[in-house]
Each structure stands twice: as C-alpha cells, then as structure tokens.
Ligand binder design. Structure first.
Ligand SMILES: *Cc1c(COP(=O)(O)O)cnc(C)c1O
Length: 478
C-alpha cells in the first residue's frame, strides 16, 4: 500500500513526517470533486457576527432565562463558579494518559469525590466512570449479572421493575440480557408488595427501584421490600435520579440497597447536555466491590493516589479513561461549597414541590393525593375534557417564559404533568408559576380555542403535529 506521508530524520535526529510530493492533493482527489470557484464566505464585521450568535442563543430557552420545572430531570441552577474551576489549566490541560505521578491533583480530586459520594450514599465503593444515569444503570446491571455468574446462579434471569419506573430501567436490564417483570403500583402510588411477593423465586436476580419514585412519592415499605429481596437471594438496585429529595436525610444503604447510581447532572448541579457530558457514578456495597469497572482511584500507604486496575471480577471498562472529568470537578466544587447545606437543598426542594402541589391540586387533578417529595404529578384529564390536552397546556406555558414540565410521564398517570421546581427557585418564581397555571386553567374553561393556538411567542410557533408525523419534512430551510 502506498503511504501519503513519509517519515525522515530531521535535525537532532528527530523524526519528521513529510508529505510526499507525488501525493499532491490534486493527484488523489478526483478533479470533479475539487472546488473551482471561490468559497464565498460572507463578509461580516465582528459585531455582525456577535449579533448573529446572540440572536441564535436568544432562541434557546435555558434556566438563566426562566423557570424550568422539568420533572424527573432536576433542572437546578448550575453555579458559574463550577465552570471557572473546571476550566483551571491544571484540570483542563491534563491529558488522561499522563502518569499517576503527573496527575496527583486530579486523582486526589477524584478520590475525594468518591469518598464524599460514599458518605452521601452510604455505599462502600464508587466508580466515577459511567457517563449518565442510564449508563450507571447499565453498569449496575452488568455487575448484577457477573455477580450471579461468579456465584453459579445463572438461573437468576429476571429483573423486577415497578410500572412507575423510568424507561431507562427496563432498557438497561434488557441490554444485559435480563427478562423484565413488571410489578404494579398500589392506590398510594407505591409498589404493590403482595404482587411483589407473588413474583419472587430463585429466578429473580434483582429489583430496580427509584425512591422517591417517579410520582414523587416515598416508598414507605422499602425496608420490607429489601428484606424480602435479600431473603430471596436477590439484589436491590437504586435508581438515584431522585436523590435531590433525600440528601442528608437518609440514603440508599439505610434503605437496604446494594447498588446505586446518582446523576451528577441532576443532584450535584452539573449541566445537562443533550445526552452529552453527564456523569452517573455507581456505588456498591462492600461485597460487590470486586465487580466494579476499572480503574478505581485509590490512595496508597504513603498518601499517593493511583489508578487501581487490579479488580478481581471487574466487568471491565464502561467508558474511555476515567469518566467525564470536567463534570467531576464541577460536582466536587458543588459538594464542597454546600457542605452540610446539602441537607437543606433537599429540604427546600421538597418544600417547594409541596407548596406548588397544594396551590394547584383543586384546579388540576392530583391522582395520588399524598405529601410529595421533590416533585409531584398532576393529571390534565379535566382540562382534556374541556378541549385542551396536557400537550396544549405545555405549549401554552411556553408563552409565559416557562419551560413546560415533563408531560405524559410517568405512564401510569393519564395526561400526566410532572412538576419539579428544585430548591434553586425563590417564592416569587413559584408564585408566578402557580398563577400562570391557574390562569391557563381559567383560559381553558372559557376559551379553549385560543389556548390551542399557542405558542405564539416562540421562534417556532404552533406546529401541525399530525402533518409532522405523517409527512415529516426534515429540511431545515427550503
Ligand atoms: C433522568 C433519569 C434517569 C436517566 O438518567 P440520565 O442521566 O438521563 O441517563 C433514570 N431514572 C430516572 C428516574 C430519571 O429521572
């Protein structure tokens, strides 16, 4: 095979790579593919360019612009100081292949973050590798699988998941080859324990639970459930996406869980990023630490930090290098800044959710009328019967400088509207949201046709959903 580049030895014996003259670009790109005219870049001043980008960014809705009560996502404020710290040269210019010796500061940060997450979750060992909550679930399920393989209990092929669960739970378990068994919720929005009992036998590997669950309700029978599962020889996986509700008050270890993921981009104030730079560290109880992905960051007897690859039954690597390091820096900064106030963050998140729930519950249906944790789920059934579905309510909210809540999830609530205010917001903002929701309910009663025309103020106006689904036009501009 011909090579385009040729190696030679230059001054001081340094190897250099020259482009061989024979392989001039004109010779190996077909002439009909070569540009013959000028590129024609627009001639713009810097000011024109800045205005162009500012205009584009103005089209975007973000937490700096308005209230973002997206249930299940914990859209809390991302402190700007986190960005400053993550951009420090010592962190941002470090190459992941540099030696342990060269990376002591970064390793110490990761080690200490592991320690702090152990303390907060009650787990005995942590991996920082997984890049998202769903990735943490996958990691956890791989650990469950390997654990039972090593134990010689390959017949444990089932994973039990409540019907209120986030869709990533069954997806993650399925990707590991498990069979999914659904357990129903009872009238209080909690796992139906009698049904759970009827599902248990020696083919059950684990249960995946979220607590508080996606209805924002605390599973009061969690200790009984963990007891049942452990007596059955099964493991308990904790989906920690709702950790913002319980920090400092309780932890998954106290509830009897064996494996946990937490979403740094939810509870620990790092940015959400289009499925991009997230982090879903996984914690395990001591008996599972030999199954973690490698490396785990350790400290040796002379206080030096190192990457430990010597993990007996490790499931291998789940991500290149050590995870999203920049995100780990941000979460670490948040934990240090908050200290004991992490408990207060959860307190305020729960208080804020209950405040809004109580204000809205007579006007919108509240299917599970229980004290909620950090979020709650309304049903838009009444408004639907008056001519505007939950989708219409969500679109109407966009005209009030408010991001819509999560809609049509969890699946067990018809016309679901899932609200999570977080602790970041002031009472003024909560009241504005309440008033807007009450106003929308009134508008639906009196003039539903007008509500159906919304949004009118956004860059993209009302779209024809049916036409878009039947004849998708995926061209940006004609
Ligand atoms: C967000 C969420 C997940 C998935 O987390 P990602 O970080 O988005 O992958 C899983 N379960 C629940 C309950 C969630 O809210």
């Amino acid at each position: 095979m011909k090579t385009i580049f040729e190696k030679s030895t230059g001054a001081c014996g340094v190897e250099v790579w020259d482009i061989d003259e024979k392989f001039n670009i004109d010779n190996f790109i077909p002439s009909n593919m070569l540009r013959s005219d000028l590129i024609g870049l627009p001639q713009l001043s810097e000011l024109d360019l800045m205005r162009h980008y500012k205009k584009l960014s103005d089209r975007n809705f973000c937490i700096e612009k308005g209230f973002y009560p997206l249930g299940s996502c914990t859209m809390k404020y991302n402190p700007k100081v986190n960005e400053l710290l993550a951009c420090l040269e010592g962190f941002s210019n470090l190459h992941p292949l540099q030696s342990d010796e060269d990376s002591q500061g970064a390793l110490e940060l990761m080690y200490d973050l592991q320690e702090k997450l152990k303390y907060i979750t009650g787990m005995d060992e942590i991996t920082l590798q997984p890049a998202a909550g769903a990735h943490g679930e996958l990691t956890g399920m791989m650990i469950v699988k390997k654990y039972f393989e090593v134990k010689g209990e390959q017949q444990r092929k089932k994973v039990i998941i409540p019907d209120s669960a986030h869709g990533t739970n069954p997806a993650s378990a399925k990707m590991c080859g498990f069979e999914i068994v659904q357990v129903k919720s009872n009238s209080k929005g909690q796992v139906d324990i009698n049904e759970l009992k009827s599902l248990l036998d020696n083919t059950v590997a684990a249960i995946m639970m979220t607590n508080p669950n996606t209805l924002g309700i605390f599973e009061e029978q969690v200790l009984e459930i963990s007891d049942l599962m452990h007596k059955n020889g099964s493991l308990l996986y904790y989906d920690g996406a709702n950790f913002n509700a319980i920090m400092g008050w309780t932890n998954p270890a106290l509830m009897g869980f064996d494996i946990v993921h937490i979403n740094l981009h939810k509870t620990f104030s790092t940015p959400h990023g289009g499925g991009g730079p997230g982090a879903g560290p996984v914690g395990v109880k001591g008996f599972l630490k030999d199954y973690l992905p490698k490396p785990v960051i350790k400290k040796n007897s002379d206080g030096k930090f190192y990457r430990d690859y010597d993990i007996k039954h490790s499931i291998g690597k789940v991500r290149s290098f050590y995870g999203n390091f920049g995100i780990l820096v941000r979460a670490y900064a948040y934990i240090l800044m908050m200290g004991n106030n992490l408990k207060l963050a959860s307190t305020d998140a729960v208080l804020n959710a209950n405040y809004i729930k109580e204000k809205l519950k007579g006007i919108y249906e509240l299917p599970y009328d229980e004290p909620c944790m950090h979020e709650f789920v309304l049903s838009g059934e009444k408004q639907h019967s008056q001519g505007v579905s939950t989708l219409g309510i969500a679109k109407r909210l966009m005209d009030s400088n408010c991001h819509p809540p999560t809609v049509y999830f969890p699946l067990i609530v018809h016309e679901a509207i899932m609200v999570e205010p977080t602790e970041s917001e002031s009472k003024t903002v909560l009241d504005e949201f309440v008033n807007t929701m009450l106003k929308i309910a009134k508008e639906i009663e009196t003039n539903p046709e007008e509500v159906l025309k919304c949004p009118k103020t956004t860059p993209v106006k009302k779209i024809d959903e049916t036409l878009a689904a039947r004849q998708p036009n995926l061209v940006f501009k004609e």
